[in-house]
Design a protein around this ligand. Structure first.
Ligand code: ZN
Length: 136
């Protein structure tokens, strides 16, 4: 897409700090890192997220995520791998990308603070709703 920030980065129209590149994917430093080394893995083909991505795009993307994660897990002490989907998920750029965030034991980052559990009825209702959507 001509007005897509990440398509422009893929084409080299906007500069980036390239961590890794192959025929189907690009990995660049996030310009607003959560921790130093925070890397984005971007499939070169435009789609919005994992929800609309063709399955054949996901294997090369996962291979790049694995390759970069191996490096970042040594650069730091661990990593988080995440994709933000839709506005509610915190997605800021509507071109599929995965965050690989270097982590340290003492970095104090709390990505997923617990917000309580389920009672049995609530768990079963949640399961039923999700499983119904999986079958559709
Ligand atoms: Zn794009």
């Amino acid at each position: 897409m001509s007005d897509c920030l990440f398509c422009k980065i893929v084409k080299g129209e906007i500069p980036s700090f390239k961590v890794y590149e192959d025929a189907q994917t690009l990995a660049i430093l996030d310009i607003a890192p959560v921790n130093k080394g925070h890397t984005l893995v971007i499939p070169k083909q435009h789609c919005v997220s994992i929800v609309d991505a063709p399955e054949e795009l996901l294997l090369p993307t996962m291979k790049t995520i694995k390759k970069v994660s191996i490096a970042l897990a040594q650069y730091a002490e661990g990593v988080n791998i995440t994709e933000n989907v839709n506005k509610a998920g915190g997605q800021l750029v509507s071109h599929i990308h995965f965050h690989i965030i270097p982590r340290y034991l003492q970095d104090g980052l709390q990505l997923w603070p617990s917000r309580g559990g389920y009672d049995k009825e609530e768990a079963l209702a949640t399961l039923a709703a999700i499983r119904k959507l999986l079958k559709e």
